[in-house]
Design a protein around this ligand. Structure first.
Ligand SMILES: NC(=O)c1ccc[n+]([C@@H]2O[C@H](COP(=O)([O-])OP(=O)(O)OC[C@H]3O[C@@H](n4cnc5c(N)ncnc54)[C@H](O)[C@@H]3O)[C@@H](O)[C@H]2O)c1
Length: 345
């Protein structure tokens, strides 16, 4: 089997639903044979390791690290396993954090998962400072990714968060509305936070080449479609009794494939924003982005007055969540970030 690269890819949270799906997708898409699974829960990741080996992917070199069952929760043993897993990593995707349960918002997860993100960033700095690209999935992804970036010392274009599902949910809703094949809906993007405060943009959407504005969609119906988009993740929880895992796994793997030099990733990704013309800085947020071998690149979003006002609101919400993480002492105040990460001004 031909692989895109031989570089080491670490999947953090590999014992979980998204993680285990990612391991399989990476090998099915032929990204790299050298896949290292890491988790703090040994039986889960051990089971994934066994299953993947039993798939018998040609040429695969899969390893796994976790503290032994009797050492689970012992910080020294967890650190030992992390060291083994992270050393030599060139690419990392992490879904290693708690998922949402019914009735919870992504923001409810903030405290626990941001602490995990701080440790994750510290591990990157200690054990694989030469990593090329990192994709953060665990929620609330905008702030866990920001926390990881600050702690890791990486350059802003080396770290992205998974934010594409809001856009693919909008694309799906519009395709169903107009009865067209899903990829005939283009430009269906959401920007800002990957949370209930996301900004849903309609002005660049085309349905089978025709601008959405010419499709005769009532404002009332558009508001419903926006609601369906924003509630897309909660709806999966309602239907399946658990948080989504196939779509995040696939899209995160496509992001890392692009960073490895494969097909470019052009759906919105969460990235570190520095946009003076809009007054956006010191946050990670979904923007119009492209990920390629040289990292993530963004452009300034454009839209109607209302869309830009929604984006502004979303940015303010992200600033509030950032402040919560600062108040919890998980990240330093903004003017001290560059002591921890000199790549942040
Ligand atoms: N960004 C997105 O679009 C998006 C979409 C869906 C889910 N998510 C988030 O992804 C995360 C994972 O979801 P899931 O369904 O795979 O959950 P899961 O519970 O099935 O798996 C999470 C795994 O992470 C492991 N883990 C927990 N803390 C860890 C740590 N400190 N280090 C390493 N591993 C650790 C757990 O042991 C578990 O195996 C959740 O936070 C969820 O909210 C994000």
């Amino acid at each position: 089997m031909n692989y895109l690269t031989n570089d080491k890819l670490v999947i953090v949270g590999a014992g979980g639903m998204i993680g285990s799906n990612m391991v399989q997708s990476v090998l099915m898409l032929g990204l790299t044979p050298n896949v290292c699974l890491y988790d703090i829960y040994e039986p889960g990741v051990h089971g994934v390791f066994d299953e993947i080996q039993q798939c018998a992917f040609p040429g695969a070199n899969v390893t796994y690290y976790a503290p032994a069952v009797e050492d689970m929760g012992n910080p020294e043993k967890v650190a030992e396993a992390a060291k083994k897993a992270f050393t030599g990593a060139k690419y990392i995707i992490s879904s290693g954090g708690a998922p949402r349960k019914a009735g919870m918002t992504r923001e409810d997860l903030l405290k626990g998962n941001c602490k995990i993100a701080a440790d994750f960033g510290d591990n990157i700095k200690k054990y694989c400072p030469d990593v090329e690209h990192v994709v953060v999935i665990f929620n609330p992804a905008d702030v866990t990714a920001l926390t990881t970036l600050i702690h890791s010392g990486l350059k802003p274009n080396q770290l992205t968060s998974l934010a594409a599902l809001d856009s693919t949910r909008l694309q799906q809703a519009l395709a169903l509305e107009f009865g067209v094949q899903q990829d005939k809906v283009t430009g269906a993007h959401t920007y800002g936070g990957h949370g209930e405060q996301m900004a849903v943009f309609a002005s660049q959407v085309k349905v089978d080449g025709k601008p959405l504005a010419e499709m005769g969609l009532s404002d009332e119906r558009w508001q419903e479609i926006k609601h369906i988009t924003v509630q897309g993740g909660s709806n999966i929880i309602k239907l399946r009794g658990r948080s989504s895992f196939q779509s995040p796994a696939y899209n995160a793997v496509k992001m890392i494939e692009a960073a490895m030099g494969g097909e470019k990733f052009t759906l919105p990704a969460g990235c570190y924003a520095d946009i003076p013309e809009l007054g956006f800085k010191d946050v990670m947020m979904a923007l119009p982005t492209t990920i390629d071998k040289s990292g993530v690149h963004y452009t300034v979003p454009t839209g109607t007055k209302e869309e830009m006002a929604d984006l502004q609101k979303s940015y303010e919400h992200l600033c509030n969540m950032r402040q919560e993480v600062i108040d919890l002492g998980i990240i330093p105040p903004i003017n001290e970030w560059n002591k921890m990460n000199p790549n942040l001004k």
